[in-house]
Ligand binder design. Sequence first.
Ligand SMILES: [Zn+2]
Length: 331
Amino acid sequence: MDNNLDSLIAVSDYFRSNENCKAFLIQQRWNNTIECPYCSCSKVYITNRGYKCADKNCKKKFTITTGTVMENTKLPLRYWIMAIYFSSSSKNGISAAELSRHLKITGRTAWFLLQRIRNMFANNAPQMLDGTIQLDETFVGGKNKNRHRDKKVKQSQGRSFKDKTPVMGMLQQEVNEFIERPHKIIKDRIVKEKIILREAIIRCKVIADTKTESLQPIIRANVKANSIVVSDEWFAYRGLNNKYHHYIVDHAAKQYVNEAGYTSNALEGGWSIFKTAIIGTHRKVTRKHLQLYVNEFVYRYNTKRLKDGARFIDAVSKFTNGRITYKALVA
Ligand SMILES: [Zn+2]
């Protein structure tokens, strides 16, 4: 099916009715065997508005959206699904203003919808990273004159400008190997081909500041012991050696690959994609909401090798991730 859901026209066609949306979500959530979300009983009655658990100790009513990001929504499911499509398929994300025009909903509704979808993209049960991990922070927002990365104040207290928000990033490097094979046309020529054994993945967190106490607990909670970690010379990374093999790339000395061949280039590349999305699409994001935008970027980065249709289905299937209330979002 994912081959068919790889364009706007295919998606809007397929999800043209609420029944189709429901059927799709039932398949994604329960693999077509409806299950009570309260007691996991699979004996349920169909009611006018949804389902009722048949277990005599439970008897609770529920619907396909109970306990999901779409719970208690007033919007038709089609709007959710289209919003997830726009959010997961656009390279730099979609702004609330754009979405409100596409779906003919208010800017406020569009904003809330997108924030919930970003919350749904949060990786709730992440595995520990291992192998070689690039570590770096970036700074988001602030005055225009402070936007350029090369103006980052590396060795100053706090390493930041007061008006910018730091984001910590950890990138688990791609694992690849080169194989030799005959050239496809010229048979007697041997060529080297890169085979990717494991895709790079990224994990990011908005932090209060870039001090040791802010950075290291996140690294230690996300990266397996004895992994290789690569960072720049920032003092807050000192001491990682007691758990990891720590390599330093000295950016202050204009070094981008150190003597042992380690770099943090992949993560730097990730930051530039992230900033393009933030500055280009959303223009201004407050510190309070930044983590949600970070989630969206991380999701897109970690699924970048998926085809559009497959990514869309993967994104929709995350609807069972917990809901967030309007109250919590605007609090
Ligand atoms: Zn039940």
